[in-house]
Design a protein around this ligand. Structure first.
Ligand code: GDP
Ligand code: MN
Length: 379
């Protein structure tokens, strides 16, 4: 789950990380009022779940309240990477001497949280990572001990020479580590971490991603979810209790079990197709789940054909068949459906489908080849 910057800031603030206090606004006049309260010299920042807002024109410096109103008017409602800006953050503008990068990610390879730190921070950090990766210092943290003081100081020295700034940065890293582990984050990032001409170290931006699997333990964090900022089909799928990830292809996939879903996507690709989604209807599949799955998949205009790949174990294939029949009764599915099912109650499922003129295959290769062909013909 992605947090908006203003939400991420609140978590960093609670941990004691130094930041300038601002406020969020949903209308230009609200933004203007906040800017006036803050003295006029502010930064207006688009609140969307996308990086690179600065480069996209979503972060603008205002010298006075009138400019703040102008910028807010322009930024509210604009599109950044396909996302509409519904809120802006208004914060006092900081004077910047240097911009650094401070990130903490859960790293599969190290099987630990890894700090990434660079004195070449700011809006070009992706380019730094791609072209001069040696400018990024990495440190894996042993979760048994946490970030040790000497490690934090070593990272601090990779950013600054001034010892007060080194200590300030080290403290911020310890606080960031606390935020990361305390909130089940998969990513916590401050970019830029700036120094001011007066020598102060400040966090100017915050990005936090919370591992969805951690929300069970931390329901209060789930309240921060902004449905309107997510891919609509993914939000709908979550509400229907389906594991769904939208992809770019044209073969819709409805599968039971994450492993089979991945194998199915591999096979679609193997036969020259492109999956439109990953979808796992889960173990016990009520017809309702199948209906929801079909609804979500058919809202994607790119989908040219749909594949059901069901391996009946706990999942009853007759439940799935009933779901398919019921769904096609409830709404018109305009693209061809290829059904492969095998396992629990298979003959019952086939009977249900045949009654409405549908057929099912039992061979996975055959089904995938057929759906890829159908999608290609319709494309
Ligand atoms: P991002 O592009 O989405 O990461 O948005 P950021 O919040 O990181 O802002 C992008 C850039 O805008 C920063 O790297 C800074 O150079 C600049 N910026 C952001 N806040 C301030 C500020 O308070 N004062 C000044 N002078 N520049 C700022
Ligand atoms: Mn940033």
């Amino acid at each position: 789950m992605n947090l908006h910057e203003y939400q991420a800031r609140a978590l960093l603030k609670t941990a004691g990380i130094p930041m300038l206090d601002g406020d969020v606004a949903s209308t230009p006049t609200e933004a203007e009022a906040i800017a006036r309260r803050l003295g006029g010299k502010v930064v207006i920042k688009a609140q969307v779940h996308a990086g690179g807002r600065g480069k996209a024109g979503g972060v603008k410096l205002a010298r006075n309240t009138a400019e703040a109103l102008d910028h807010a008017t322009q930024i509210l409602g604009m599109q950044i990477k396909g996302l509409t800006v519904n809120k802006v953050l208004v914060v006092p503008a900081a004077d910047i001497a240097t911009e650094s990068y401070l990130g903490l990610v859960m790293d599969r390879e190290s099987q630990a949280p890894v700090f990434m730190v660079s004195s070449a921070g700011g809006v070009d950090i992706e380019e730094v990572a791609a072209k001069t990766p040696e400018k990024i210092v990495r440190l894996a943290v042993d979760p048994t001990y946490g970030l040790l003081p000497h490690q934090a100081l070593t990272l601090g020295f990779s950013l600054y020479r001034d010892f007060n700034q080194v200590k300030a940065a080290a403290r911020i890293m310890e606080q960031l580590y606390g935020v990361f582990t305390g909130n089940g984050c998969s990513l916590a990032e401050i970019n830029p971490l700036v120094t001011t001409p007066a020598g102060q170290v400040l966090a100017l931006d915050a990005k936090i991603v919370i591992d969805d699997n951690e929300l069970f333990w931390r329901p209060e964090l789930g309240l921060m979810r902004d449905d309107s900022a997510e891919e609509p089909s993914e939000a709908a799928a979550r509400r229907a209790n389906l594991s769904f990830i939208k992809l770019e292809g044209n073969v819709g996939c409805v599968v039971n079990g994450a492993g089979l879903a991945m194998a199915t996507m591999d096979l679609v690709k193997y036969y020259g197709g492109e999956p439109a989604n990953f979808l796992d209807i889960g173990g016990s599949s009520s017809p309702e789940k199948v209906i929801n799955a079909l609804k979500i998949i058919t809202t994607d205009p790119r989908v040219r054909a749909i594949l059901f790949n069901i391996f009946g174990g706990i999942t009853r294939t007759d439940d799935v068949a009933n779901g398919i029949v019921e769904a096609t009764r409830q709404f018109k599915v305009k693209v061809p459906i290829v059904i492969r099912l095998t396992g629990t109650n298979e003959s019952e499922a086939i009977r249900i489908l045949e009654k409405v003129g549908m057929t099912a295959l039992s061979d996975m290769d055959e089904a995938v080849q057929r759906v890829v062909q159908l999608a290609r013909k319709a494309a």
